[in-house]
Write a new protein. Sequence first.
Length: 75
Amino acid sequence: MKCATHPDRTALGYCGRCGKALCKDCLVRLSTGNFCDTCANAPERRVTGTRRGVPWWAVGLILLAAFIAIRALIH
């Protein structure tokens, strides 16, 4: 198997996204797999950020409101 970019070189693997055969100079190793340079740097390939949960202060306010409401029902 030959590299898609360098036909004179032996390919070591394939791009995990587009499937191109890649030599050691073309292979980009990421934590999510092996990619060609184009796919590794594509905007849709990049991580845009982590998913954010509810802020701790909002959880505190919700719990405080629930505590006040339950206390009002009991008395």
